[in-house]
Design a protein around this ligand. Structure first.
Ligand code: SF4
Length: 64
């Protein structure tokens, strides 16, 4: 499972970094998403799925 993030779609809400701070951060420059760990560990999969679901702009997705 791999996290894909579209910075052009991201609106910088920060929900992903709040939901899963081990997986996501925000750019200091414009607040858009920074993926800290593109391939989450097994124990982080639920956090990754929660972050994708909660993202208000649809900028996040998971691929196999
Ligand atoms: S939750 Fe979505 S819109 Fe908000 S910072 Fe993360 S990727 Fe961007």
């Amino acid at each position: 499972m791999r996290i894909e993030a579209d910075a052009g779609t991201c609106v910088g809400s920060g929900m992903c970094a709040l939901t899963s701070p081990e997986l996501f951060d925000q750019s200091d420059e414009d607040g858009t998403v920074v993926v800290l760990r593109a391939v989450p560990a097994d124990v982080q999969l639920k956090d990754a799925e929660d972050a994708v679901r909660r993202c208000p702009s649809g900028a996040l997705s998971l691929t196999d």
